[in-house]
Design a protein around this ligand. Structure first.
Ligand code: ZN
Ligand code: ZN
Length: 241
């Protein structure tokens, strides 16, 4: 029964909070690190727990589809890739009952390195923890998947990953990224500009050329002008009525 299986899998990764699920499953563009094709469905221990080398902690987790997770089973990624390569070389020798195509197998190592770099990015990790760390972890895996999907939609709305934007200030507890939560900070506000089409398009091109989001570009362009204007103002000696 589908529900019973889900329950088992849920318990299997039960000790990971929701934010870790979201952080890992949204990495690698939401795709399985092994086949690079199917959507990621589960947290996979890159170094398996069964081997004694793996630990049930975020830095040992990679996104995987259920099929690859099942096929890899208790092997390490290196062992599994080796067996699949042997399977392609000697199909009848029984190295792997199921195997990914050879060109896919050859990319596994590099993809794992890439995705681990992504997961271990402290700014990214902090963003997920601050946005989802307070949320109750659902019991069912399907409910966790719904949260992952919701987050994927949120992330798609940003012009670039919000954890890459600058921080509006320092905080030990809340998100301060200007792209998502900066406006929540005191003294910060969102301003709107209305531009004719030609200007808007050139602004977009200019932003693209500088590698900036248009909002950040407007802020960057305004700053020196504001600074110049401030300096042109008579010094406020506190006697102004
Ligand atoms: Zn897969
Ligand atoms: Zn935020």
């Amino acid at each position: 029964m589908a529900v019973a299986k889900q329950e088992v899998l849920s318990r299997d990764r039960g000790n990971q909070p929701l934010w870790v699920w979201i952080m890992v499953l949204t990495a690698h563009g939401g795709h399985c690190v092994y086949c690079a094709e199917r959507p990621s469905q589960t947290l996979e221990h890159e170094a398996p727990l069964a081997s004694g080398a793996g630990r049930d902690i975020w830095w040992n987790l990679v996104p995987a589809c259920d099929r690859c997770n099942g096929w890899k089973h208790k092997k390490s990624a290196t062992e599994w890739a080796f067996d699949m390569k042997m399977h392609h070389a000697h199909p009848k020798a029984g190295f792997a009952r199921n195997a990914l195509p050879l060109h896919v197998v050859e990319g596994i190592k590099e993809r794992i390195v890439q995705v681990q770099r992504e997961i271990q990015d402290a700014a990214r990790r902090k963003w997920f923890e601050r946005h989802y760390g307070d949320k109750k972890t659902p019991r069912l895996r399907s409910e966790k998947h719904e949260e992952v999907e919701r987050c994927t939609k949120v992330l798609a709305r940003y012009p670039y990953p919000p954890w890459e934007s600058t921080e509006a200030g320092a905080s030990e507890t809340v998100c301060m990224r200007i792209l998502c939560c900066g406006y929540h900070q005191k003294d910060s506000n969102v301003e709107f500009v209305t531009l004719p089409k030609a200007d808007r398009e050139d602004l977009k091109r200019m932003a693209y050329a500088r590698g900036l989001w248009t909002g950040d570009l407007i802020g960057a362009l305004l700053k020196p002008a504001l600074e110049k204007w401030r300096q042109s103002q008579p010094a406020d000696d506190g006697k102004a009525a």
